[in-house]
Design a protein around this ligand. Structure first.
Ligand code: NAD
Ligand code: UGA
Length: 482
């Protein structure tokens, strides 16, 4: 049995695998960390000499990569070789919602996790600790264990031995490096004291011991799903209240502040917005719904499902509000979308509210100009399933927007994006949108010009003072202005 961990292999160089392994490499210079992925384009980007080309935008990540890559941190497609030499293997692959078969639309698709387990079973040597980093439904560790235990060594190999741990990741995109450096807790679920100690030793290089929790493996898996469900539930709760505020004249910012000061409720995750996005909240709640139904707990399933339903309703509610305020029709109108990522400080667009809202607006005939500081034109094209126009449009006085119905254009500059638009919709809370000069913007827009602030980040006074009409999420005074 290998006494301590010298070689780690992480399967999956995504939003979790990349940043997590970078931080471990930085904090544990004596451990070699090899991150592998079957996607060679993604690996090439991780190895790019230009740190602006890393496949993931995450503040602080580039500096760590610059320090560790080529020393004790590598990125490659050499899956077999790196599994063979590893004492510890992290499985950090995607676990999206199943699109067909039993559990379609709710259960997680575990085919990538299972594929990893089979590769580990085949290529691992000696004693290997396998760590579930991906978010997995309760009892997945058992599946992994069964696959690993069924593997037989070749006649010339010594016996293979595996321990399986659950070590879910709680980082949030945009603050991943900070979350990894200063986690609220590290959760390790498992049975083998040896394996638990080996993994705890790695984290204790920078995480205080009292923050490293040990649980049984199922509690660990269920805690991850539950944490995401609770966080998402807070957002649906406050978004439901934002609608009530708009209807009654209250202000959701004031309500959030008032309830957040109750220490039992707390101030975080009470910002009303365009609805939660990201690759995990919806997927993990639906997984919980599937599990609950599987165990005949329909009331429990209905409760959690309502969190996702409210989120869907809320996103369409915003599209409808934009249309209503623009005199009930948006065909032949130009709408400028500021922000396409699902939150600020990430280039990730998975499940972004912007996708649904942009699709709704296009369907109603709008012409969209879309700006985001980190999301590429190609990514937006993929998400909307629609090719963009060239951005060299000349908005002359007699410009005919009716020729541009259901079309969109990607703009690198905010100034060009707002030109001749009837409305600006802020969907992501990027810092640069908070610094917009509304006097300049007002001069460039068509009148009447609407600003829809779905993140409540703009300066209300400045907007109103510049002959712009403002709609803000959860602001009960909106109705007085329309
Ligand atoms: P991702 O899609 O960004 O990355 C997954 C990577 O795994 C991809 O690059 C894919 O090519 C690779 N992969 C899949 N199967 C493979 C195989 N058999 N061999 C080699 N490579 C393979 O996903 P992600 O966002 O990093 O999420 C990974 C897991 O972590 C998910 O279960 C997710 O729920 C969980 N999680 C994500 C976050 C987040 O913020 N994104 C946070 C916490 C937990
Ligand atoms: C979330 C969790 O916060 C992480 O702990 C978890 O590890 C991760 O999911 C995961 O399992 O993938 P993430 O989705 O990256 O992280 O980002 P969040 O900050 O949680 O934001 C999720 C969505 O909720 C975003 O669209 C964000 O704009 C929205 N949100 C968040 C609000 O609308 N209001 C808030 O007050 C907070």
């Amino acid at each position: 049995m290998k006494a301590d961990i010298k070689n780690i292999c992480c399967i999956g160089a995504g939003y979790v695998g990349g940043p997590t392994m970078s931080v471990i490499a930085d904090k544990c210079p004596n451990i070699n960390i090899n991150v592998v992925d079957k996607n060679s384009e993604r690996i090439d980007l991780w190895n790019s000499s230009n740190l602006d080309s890393l496949p993931i935008y995450e503040p602080g990540l580039d500096k760590i990569i610059a320090r560790c890559r080529g020393k004790n941190l590598t990125f490659s497609t050499k899956i077999k070789e790196n599994i063979s030499s590893a004492d510890m293997i992290f499985i950090s692959v995607n676990t999206p919602t199943k699109t067909k078969g039993i559990g379609a639309g709710q259960a997680s698709d575990l085919k990538w996790v299972e594929a990893c387990a089979r590769e580990v079973a085949m290529f691992a040597t000696g004693h290997t600790i396998v760590v579930e980093k991906s978010t997995l439904p309760v009892k997945t560790a058992e599946v992994i264990k069964n696959i690993l235990e069924a593997s037989q060594p070749n006649s010339n190999e010594c016996e293979k031995k595996f321990d399986v741990l659950s070590n879910p990741e709680f980082l949030a995109e945009g603050s991943a490096i900070k979350d990894l450096l200063e986690p609220d807790r590290v959760l390790i679920g498992g049975e083998s004291n040896y394996a638990i100690k080996a993994l705890s030793n790695i984290y204790s290089n920078w995480v205080p011991k009292e923050k490293i929790l040990h649980t049984n493996i199922w509690s660990s898996e269920l805690s991850k799903l539950t944490a995401n469900a609770f966080l998402a539930q807070r957002i649906s709760s406050i978004n439901s209240i934002s609608a009530l505020c708009e209807a009654t004249g209250a202000d959701v910012r004031e309500v959030s502040r008032a309830i957040g000061l109750d220490s039992r409720i707390g101030t975080k995750f009470l910002d009303s917005g365009p609805g939660f996005g990201g690759s995990c909240f919806k997927k993990d709640i639906l997984n919980l719904v599937y599990l609950s139904r599987f165990f005949d707990l329909d009331e429990v399933a209905d409760f959690w499902e309502s969190v996702v339903k409210l989120n869907n309703w809320h996103q369409h509610r915003l599209s409808k509000l934009i249309i209503k305020n623009l005199f009930g029709t948006i065909s032949g109108k130009k709408i400028c979308i500021l922000g396409f990522s699902f939150k600020a400080n990430t280039n990730d667009t998975r499940e972004s509210a912007a996708i649904k809202i942009c699709k709704d607006l296009l369907e109603e005939g709008a012409f969209l100009s879309i700006h985001d500081p980190k999301v590429s034109k190609e990514q937006i094209q993929q998400d909307l399933g629609l090719e963009p126009l060239n951005s060299d449009i000349n908005y002359s006085e007699r410009f005919d927007f009716f020729n541009f119905e259901e079309k969109w254009v990607f703009e690198n500059s905010i100034s060009k994006a707002v030109e001749k638009s009837d409305a600006v919709v802020v969907l992501t809370e990027w810092e640069e949108y908070q610094k917009i000069n509304w006097e300049e913007v007002s001069k460039k827009m068509r009148k009447p010009s609407w600003i829809f602030d779905t993140r409540s980040i703009l300066n209300k006074k400045e907007i109103i003072n510049n002959e712009l009409l403002l709609w803000r999420i959860g602001d009960g005074s909106n109705e007085d202005r329309s």
